[in-house]
Design a protein around this ligand. Structure first.
Ligand code: F0G
Length: 446
């Protein structure tokens, strides 16, 4: 195989390889794929990235919080210093993706959680152009779509993926079909998909049903799938931990905490850390904590041995995939549907579960659940610090609090929590604050 970048199946016994122009999101045996690079990037690039962020602001690829790190995602195999070549290949919202997101201290959140304020960092990925972390991975997925000459991108979504896909498609002048679970996505997200001219396909079912239908339709009608099952999405989302680590002087925190849905974030964080550690760019591996909603807790149930008593593990590339199938059968047979007000993470079949397990094994990670009420408190306290986030992002705050209370996260640990999206469900804060029983409620005066 030519070149530096290629695709490889993640299953240790299968391991099929494909050229980088391959557009199937899975290998021929139905396993997930990784983008791989043969060459190790030189650590002196850390200086280049820092310089790009501060000095070369007239070049959009240096302003971009994604493409600033382009040597670490160079699946296009371009000359990364050549601006003309970057312009030809790399898809960007004028450098705005990832540009505004970095970790912040939020004192009211840290006192709610019970952690010293200098130990807690929260990174608002809602400050992306479409309002969520998805823009990080959409920049790279649409770059690959353009590289292979795709005319139409397709996704299923609980709302943020469709908003991001719609925005990038409109910018690039390509078609975009979005499959959404009818009546189950936040109004602000739905309106974005319309606003950016996406073709909406309403699916009578939940996100898992929408994903199934969108994957079939993409295959049969020449669509390019941009869900996180696409390995090129994962590449762009690696820049979320890159920005956190860079901000911390490449000193690893003890923990990185994400809400868990389809587990694209967990997978990309794991891949980023595996690569950085292998190259010697970080000396310590942060532990990943994934926070499921109590009403959509597939990963937590399987990881924590709540189904058939077996704790599902990556097991060095030999996970018990049958257990996952049995769990899904159990959900179907019992008529159990994922249910949470945090619709962004109302997902029963996380498409990236095996990559998620790999990330958890590499980082000695943990998985837990939080209730809707806990997520709403997390969301509210972020607001009181003057930052915006949506309910699913409140899971990071609520999850850190729970793990501190359980003494899994220690009080002097350094923690980075990712706030995945901004508020797009306008009535949630209104309803929260109108109920005086809520912990942070400031009800209106009459
Ligand atoms: N937080 C927000 C705000 C999200 O929109 C999502 C996923 C997640 C967390 C979960 O991230 O899938 O990487 O584990 N939203 C998807 C969508 C599914 O369609 O917008 P994950």
């Amino acid at each position: 195989m030519q070149g530096d970048a290629y695709l490889k199946c993640i299953d240790s016994q299968c391991g099929l390889e494909y050229p980088i122009t391959n557009t199937n999101v899975q290998c021929d045996n139905g396993h997930l794929l990784d983008v791989k690079y043969k060459n190790k990037p030189n650590e002196s690039l850390k200086e280049v990235f820092a310089h790009r962020g501060q000095m070369d602001k007239n070049i959009i690829f240096n302003e971009s919080g994604v493409w600033r790190f382009r040597e670490l995602l160079n699946f296009c195999e371009i000359d990364t210093e050549n601006v003309e070549e970057c312009s030809k290949y790399l898809v960007s919202l004028d450098g705005a993706e990832g540009r505004q997101s970095k970790p912040y201290h939020m004192t009211k959140a840290s006192s709610f959680i019970g952690i010293p304020s200098d130990k807690l960092w929260l990174q608002p990925e809602g400050y992306n152009p479409s309002g969520s972390f998805k823009d990080n991975g959409m920049a790279t997925a649409v770059t690959h779509a353009k590289m292979v000459g795709a005319k139409k991108i397709v996704c299923a979504s609980t709302g943020n993926t469709s908003a991001s896909a719609g925005m990038f498609a409109a910018n690039e002048g390509i078609q975009c079909d979005v499959y959404i679970p009818a009546g189950q996505i936040a109004p602000g997200k739905l309106s974005q998909a319309y606003q950016f001219g996406a073709q909406i396909v309403e699916v009578d079912g939940n996100f898992d049903d929408a994903l199934k239908q969108s994957l079939e339709d993409a295959k049969n009608h020449d669509g390019y799938t941009v869900n996180s099952i696409n390995p090129f999405r994962i590449e762009g989302q690696k820049t979320i931990p890159y920005r956190a680590l860079e901000y911390l002087g490449w000193e690893s925190p003890d923990w990185i905490v994400y809400p868990g849905g389809a587990l694209g974030n967990t997978s990309s964080c794991g891949k980023a850390l595996m690569e950085l550690y292998e190259w010697g760019w970080i000396k310590k591996i942060p532990r990943i904590a994934v926070i499921n909603s109590e009403g959509a807790s597939t990963l937590s149930d399987l990881y924590n041995g709540k189904f058939q008593g077996e704790e599902l593990r990556w097991n060095k590339g030999k996970p018990n995939a049958d257990l996952v199938c049995q769990y899904y059968d159990h959900l179907d047979n019992e008529g159990i549907r994922p249910k949470t007000k945090a619709t962004a993470i109302q997902i029963g079949r996380p498409a990236n579960i095996l990559k998620g397990l790999r990330a958890l094994e590499f980082t000695n990670g943990v998985v837990t659940t939080v209730t809707d009420a806990e997520m709403l408190d997390g969301m509210a306290v972020v607001g009181l610090n003057g930052f915006d986030c949506e309910m699913a992002s409140g899971a990071s705050v609520a999850g850190i609090k729970k793990l501190i209370e359980q003494e899994i996260i220690k009080k002097d640990d350094v923690v980075v929590g990712i706030l995945t999206g901004r508020q797009k469900d306008a009535m949630l804060p209104v309803d929260y604050h109108n109920d005086p029983n809520n912990r942070f409620a400031i009800p209106p005066k009459i």
